[in-house]
Design a protein around this ligand. Structure first.
Ligand SMILES: C[S@@+](CC[C@H](N)C(=O)[O-])C[C@H]1O[C@@H](n2cnc3c(N)ncnc32)[C@H](O)[C@@H]1O
Length: 257
């Protein structure tokens, strides 16, 4: 496997601190930009990622959940509507500050810039568009942390940008293949029990939504449907997907065989 030592953790954190202080809302974690068009497209990205994540995560009242790389807390907040508790972790103190200011009043939700340490603390862990900012070596160590933090029978859900061929986009951003993620998780004792593509770039839904002047719930729902059914069209043009994957730890799983 090609080395990803190019990913510079300090640069990543500095960049997300910067995006958080410039945008102060979900634009800091989605497409970073200030134009009206980007803000509007981010409403759709937010809707698509929330829907896709909730379908895989299925949070319920017995769940204590870790949102790893929680950013401004938009998905922690969503999961906390159904879970017993959600802990949001992010190394960017600016992200954590905004998440706390926005959602801190919610009783079953807490945010921290330190990763919890107690073993078997969480029934579910999820992470969305975060692992693409972590190099291979750090990721190997991190997945061992996930194995320690997850309860027996628990699951780890990821939404990540993936390509057919690995590509380093910058010193803070890498696209891996789905097979690479599966291999990295396998090395930490995890087995992939579900894997699929949930969003694509370029996207028919994004294109249609860009032409419409509407952000109503029905329109967003329709766009999510269009994204789903248009996934197999003109695949030769696709640059990358967001893939959704579920992993269970072999030594801790008893319910996914
Ligand atoms: C694209 S944002 C996604 C945020 C959030 N998951 C969401 O979807 O709204 C990436 C996040 O990953 C965080 N991050 C970057 N490097 C990280 C690392 N090594 N460990 C944990 N989180 C990291 C960033 O601070 C940022 O908040």
């Amino acid at each position: 496997m090609e080395s990803t030592d190019q990913i510079d953790r300090q640069k990543v954190i500095a960049e997300f601190d910067r995006r958080a202080s410039v945008h102060g809302n979900m634009n800091a974690v989605l497409d970073a930009g200030t134009t009206e068009e980007i803000s509007r497209l981010n409403i759709l990205r937010d809707e698509m990622t929330r829907r896709s994540l909730m379908k895989l995560l299925k949070p319920c009242k017995e769940d204590d959940i870790l949102d790893f790389g929680c950013g401004v807390g938009r998905l922690s907040h969503q999961a906390a509507k159904k879970a017993r508790s959600v802990s949001g972790f992010d190394p960017s103190s600016e992200m954590i500050r905004i998440a706390g200011e926005t959602y801190g009043a919610q009783n079953n939700l807490n945010f921290s810039a330190s990763l919890p340490e107690k073993p078997a603390s969480f029934s579910k862990i999820f992470t969305v568009w975060v692992l693409q900012h972590i190099g291979d070596q750090e990721l190997e160590t991190l997945l061992k942390d996930f194995a320690r933090l997850i309860k027996p029978g628990g699951k780890v859900v990821i939404l990540e940008q993936t390509r057919q061929w690995r590509r380093i986009l910058s010193d803070i951003h890498i696209h891996r293949t789905r097979e690479e993620y599966i291999a990295l998780f396998r090395a930490a004792g995890f087995r992939c029990v579900k894997s699929g593509q949930v969003m694509r770039i370029p996207s028919y839904a994004n294109w249609i939504y860009g032409k419409l002047g509407c952000t109503c719930k029905i329109c967003l729902k329709l766009m999510c449907f269009i994204e789903k059914i248009s996934m197999p069209y003109r695949t030769d043009r696709i640059q990358y997907h967001t893939s959704g994957m579920i992993f269970v730890h072999d030594s801790k799983s008893d319910q996914y065989d």
